[in-house]
Design a protein around this ligand. Sequence first.
Ligand code: KG4
Ligand code: ZN
Length: 338
Amino acid sequence: MKDITILAIETSCDETSVAIVRNGREVLANSISTQIALHEQYGGVVPEIASRMHVEKINLVIEDALKTAKMTLDDIDVIGVTYGPGLVGALLVGVVAAKSIAFAKNKPLVGVHHIEGHISANYITHLDLEPPFLCLVVSGGHTHLVHVKDYTTYEIMGRTRDDAVGEAYDKVARAIGLSYPGGPKIDKLAKEGNKDAIRFPRGMQDGSYDFSFSGVKSSVLNHINGCKMKGEEINEKDIAAAFQDSVVDVLVHKTMNLAKETGIDKIALAGGVAANKGLREAMDEACAASGKKLYYPEFVLCTDNAAMIGCAAYYEYLKGTRAGMNLNAVPNLPLGKR
Ligand code: KG4
Ligand code: ZN
């Protein structure tokens, strides 16, 4: 079969990323321009600033990716782009750039769901991985337990009813004085703390596969306020360790229960929080104990990047998915429906 080289664009949140991916799994370039330093001062992503920065950076990042891959647009077969979910103004920048290239160069265009991209990051790191498998998608905006039935067919088996895991991490981090994004900082701090010093609640212990993280988040905030009122010192390390323990405990239990119930023996992690060392270790242990095989993407492919979009676009392209010049950003695009 002829090689298919995809130029993929991802601008759904605060990274402007362009990748060049051959046959879905071979990454020739994965350029990422992050806006974290800009948003840090506001404690989170400011949508208007994000869109403006994408506009400023997109052409530079496209050029950088082509240069890294030693290619021109004429070497590209297909254009892939994230068209949802995400911040509408941010998504639009990528969608317009992708449509412009597809139109000017007369190339096929494929719209990709951002979460489909996160799940697909696993295919790049693990060349042997093929569906079906279960995927725990944990990011700043999403917490889903997904049955990946084949490369483009997904069934959501559970989801958060309130905050996403990454969102809870970022809010707790902010409460203990850590800057955005707080997830990696809590992960680091948790290593130095005593997880048994405080007991935070575990949400949704009702046997379902849905999640809730607003309770544990409020409980951390109450604990901090309680300490302040009593004039006690706040132990950030213990809070980080106990919070992470509560979150990881729920994620691991629900995922392993679903794996047991469905009999599926391959489990993957995806999304920014899949970079969490505590979660990786606990999942490693649980999977080893129950004979399941665990997959997670390398660190750079856990958080937002265009390589994962290029991978997902490849499998959508093979299936025949094509977008027209009317492709639009869909901020609340559901997974698995087109
Ligand atoms: O997937 P991602 O880059 O963006 C979304 O699609 O939302 O995920 C970003 C989220 C942030 O909330 C960040 O705090 C969290 O992933 N994150 C982590 C870690 N690294 C990133 N959370 C916990 N531990 C980490 N090591
Ligand atoms: Zn993401």
